[in-house]
Design a protein around this ligand. Structure first.
Ligand code: GLP
Length: 244
């Protein structure tokens, strides 16, 4: 779906999440959200915060799982996805702290595999993700599933692509300070979500969006795997859709 602007599109996505939360609330159930970081979802979070403050939207029944985190990464560091999520959403709403799940960038390397399996199981135990938000990196990654990722991959430790580290370098004051690894939900983890929403804005995403939507499916561009899913929607502004 192509929207005239990033704001219109973000409000649409926020409304969809808000409806899901209210519907689950009415049934006494939990809404299980898969969340993303990066610049792309910021306006969705802003709109959810606005609805919390102005319309009383409550997050008491919401459980969240973030897609990824750099490794190693201290949660208190400026560049951590924990800091990002607190600043853009969690510190501004009434979600119970114990309902928030973000991969732990401080885990001992020998424990990472078991930790990732437990992350995966925690999602399943709650009945799976009701909705997964995604951005897209210029390598075609979703979460941090870089080129070469398998379609059935689970949550795991990955090595970041050079282009991804270059794109992240501004926040770190130079590429050499960007961690070389990350923990990410797998493509298979994302696929298990009941609904997947990939958002992309501006012309600089147009080329990768075209490849993801119209290109041949290939491990070289993990976002092309989304072509296999029948519950995925790409939500774009006119810039990101300009080459389709
Ligand atoms: C990072 C994140 C991805 C995100 C991508 C795009 O690599 N791990 O989840 O989709 O960046 O970032 P942005 O939304 O800032 O363009």
């Amino acid at each position: 779906t192509v929207y005239p602007s990033q704001s219109d599109a973000s409000i649409h996505v926020a409304n969809r999440i808000a409806s899901l939360i209210k519907e689950k609330q009415a049934n006494g159930e939990k809404a299980v959200l898969g969340l993303a970081t990066g610049a792309t979802p910021v306006k969705v979070y802003q709109e959810l915060v606005r609805q919390h403050k102005e319309e009383g939207l409550s997050f008491q029944n919401v459980v969240t799982f973030n897609l990824d985190e750099y490794f190693p990464m201290q949660p208190t560091a400026d560049q951590s996805y924990v800091t990002f999520m607190k600043k853009n959403l969690f510190d501004l709403i009434d979600i119970p702290a114990e309902n928030i799940n973000i991969p732990d960038g401080t885990i001992d390397i020998n424990q990472v595999q078991a930790y990732c399996e437990a992350y995966e199981q925690k999602i399943s135990a709650l009945g799976g993700l009701d909705i997964q938000l995604l951005g897209i990196g210029r390598t075609g990654h979703i979460g941090f599933n870089e080129p070469g990722s398998a379609p059935n991959s689970g949550t795991r430790l990955v090595t970041l692509d050079d282009l991804t580290r270059r794109d992240a370098s501004r926040g770190f004051g130079g590429k050499e300070y960007v961690p070389t690894k990350a923990i990410t939900m797998g493509v298979g983890t994302i696929f298990k979500a009941k609904e997947i929403v990939l958002m992309a804005w501006n012309e600089n995403k147009a080329e990768i969006v075209k490849k993801a939507v119209e290109g041949e499916m290939s491990p070289e561009i993990p976002a092309t795997y989304l072509q296999l899913s029948n519950n995925v929607e790409f939500i774009l502004d006119e810039g990101a859709a300009s080459l389709l």
